[in-house]
Design a binder for this molecule. Structure first.
Ligand code: HEM
Length: 490
């Protein structure tokens, strides 16, 4: 198993046999349209990648990735589906990360006030250094506040769910997730409650504004649930204009410029224009953070429910035992550090279901790339693309990869696997820096996700969910509690 941050670039004498990269892009335009129809319609995402992997007997091959012609630039990519080739995407000496945050396209700059925000910048750009420093600083300054605001915000949602179930209604996890995720982030960083009255109050609409502003940016690569023919002729073929969601962006921007005076002042001290900083802050909080948690938390709840009552009992007893041993009545960063099953569950959720499934990078020069079985010539300018759910389910690294194993990362053998968890555009054992493109919020994300699981089982003995609705999975699929049994202590 490779453990270094460097990709397997095969420049040693014992390099694996050099092979031509299999796969084809087909005829111009028609090849891209065919692949896109396979991806969204005839095959679906996983079969799209798996069928080609089987056909070419290779985890590295050429294919067109959506979106594509006529409205989007070049869809040709080289797919990476194994743990050995994929880390090339972390190596910014080999790949350029300019404008590839969402894929082969970059939404219009109107969505971000005319600025190329941090996730679209390559570390070679000076703005990357300044803006990532800004992001690191706000996370460092507000770490304890974000921690306590999370517990407060999810506490409000506990009451909402319990009241709804007592009244015989349904308790939507998804609706409340949008509330507590948005509220803790904005209270923690902007230092103002979005719900509190005031000239720039967002009321309870903050999460909705953020989701609707994000949607057209992701639409080219997403299934929106519209009839296929309509999606293919519209959102998968042409970018949607910002004007459709300006009314969603404006209130969040006003909230930030009105109340985030502390954060914006610190950005100015770093030499970042205030308007640029406000747009970046809006992106970090509404797209990166809120968007990420809104995908990840429902997946965590589903995975735990899928394993069932035994796991829930063990989680309850770990949380209770740690709190009893530390004498705390509230979960703290210290007590969280002692909850190893909670941590293993969170890593397993990231492994089996990485919330951001796609990663892109353009080759900065010619080099040789290795998969587990062969080596391949990569040419400068070619687009490399990793489909992360296959990579983190690589059977050469993880035993029984398709099974959710809550204890996978426990003990000395389990700990060795942590470096192969890749959700953050880097190894879980690596750290985001000014030179790399690893998620700036990586440590916060893992801490808050552990806190989420711990808060849930500090409050409840067990829960049950309504069956998964039919239709495409992902952020739009609703998660609903049908029962919540309170912990005897609460
Ligand atoms: C970058 C995932 C939360 C800030 C990324 C990337 C991924 C990711 C995969 C790399 C994208 C690429 O270039 O290929 C997630 C997930 C999150 C999350 C799944 C939550 C579950 C956060 C939070 C913040 C944040 C809480 C900070 C408030 C950023 C920034 C970048 C980034 C600024 C760009 C880093 C750079 O340009 O060097 N995130 N993220 N993210 N994330 Fe996160």
């Amino acid at each position: 198993m490779a453990t270094s941050t460097k990709a397997a670039t095969g420049d040693s004498d014992d390099r694996l046999p050099l092979k031509k990269i299999p796969g084809t892009y087909g005829a111009p335009f028609f090849g891209a349209v065919k692949d896109r129809l396979d991806y969204f319609w005839f095959q679906g995402v996983d079969t799209f990648f798996k069928s080609r992997m089987d056909e070419y007997k290779s985890t590295v091959y050429r294919v067109n990735m959506p979106p594509g012609p006529p409205g989007f630039p070049d869809p040709r990519v080289i797919v990476l589906l194994d743990q050995k080739s994929f880390p090339v995407l972390f190596d910014t000496s080999l790949v350029e990360k300019k404008d590839v945050f969402l894929g082969t396209y970059r939404p219009s700059l109107s969505f971000t006030g005319g600025y190329r925000v941090l996730p679209y910048l390559d570390p070679s750009e000076e703005r990357h250094t300044k803006l990532k420093t800004f992001c690191f600083n706000i996370l460092k300054d507000n770490g304890p506040r974000l921690f306590s605001e999370f517990s407060n915000a999810i506490g409000d949602s506990f009451i909402v769910w319990e009241t709804a179930l007592e009244e015989g209604g349904t308790a939507s996890f998804s609706t409340e997730c949008a509330q507590f995720a948005f509220n803790f982030l904005f209270r923690g960083v902007v230092h103002r409650d979005p719900v509190a009255p005031g000239e720039a109050s967002l009321g309870t609409k903050g999460g909705e504004h953020a989701s609707l502003w994000t949607a057209p940016q992701l639409a080219p690569v997403a299934s929106l649930g519209l009839p296929h023919a309509i999606e293919e002729l519209t959102v998968h073929s042409f970018p949607l204009p910002f004007i459709l969601v300006k009314s969603q962006y404006d209130p969040i921007f006003k909230f930030i410029t009105t109340y985030a005076t502390d954060a914006l002042g610190k950005a100015e001290a770093l030499g970042i224009d205030r308007n640029d900083a406000a747009n970046n802050l809006l992106f970090f909080l509404s797209f990166n953070a809120f968007g990420g948690f809104n995908i990840f938390f429902p997946a965590v709840v589903r995975e735990i429910a899928g394993v069932g009552p035994d796991l829930m009992r063990e989680l309850v007893s770990e949380v209770k035992d740690v709190l009893a041993a530390t004498g705390e009545n509230k979960i703290s960063l210290q007590s969280l550090g002692k909850m190893s099953l909670v941590t293993s569950v969170v890593y397993e959720c990231f492994r089996i279901n990485p919330p951001v499934p796609f990663q892109y990078g353009r080759a900065k020069k010619d080099f040789i790339l290795e998969s587990h079985d062969a080596s391949f010539e990569i040419k400068k300018g070619e687009m490399l693309f990793g489909y992360q759910p296959f990579v983190t389910n690589d059977p050469k690294v993880f035993a029984d990869p398709g099974t959710f194993n809550p204890k996978r990362f426990l003990g000395p053998e389990g700990e060795k696997l942590i470096s192969s968890v890749f959700w953050s555009n880097g190894r879980e054992t690596d750290s985001p820096t000014l030179q790399n493109k690893q998620c700036a919020g990586k440590d916060l994300v893992v801490t808050i996700s552990r806190l989420f699981v711990a808060e849930l089982f500090n409050r409840y003995e067990s829960f049950e969910l309504a069956p998964k609705p039919a239709g495409p999975a992902g952020p739009t699929s609703q998660v609903t509690f049908t029962s919540l049994i309170k912990n005897a202590k609460t």
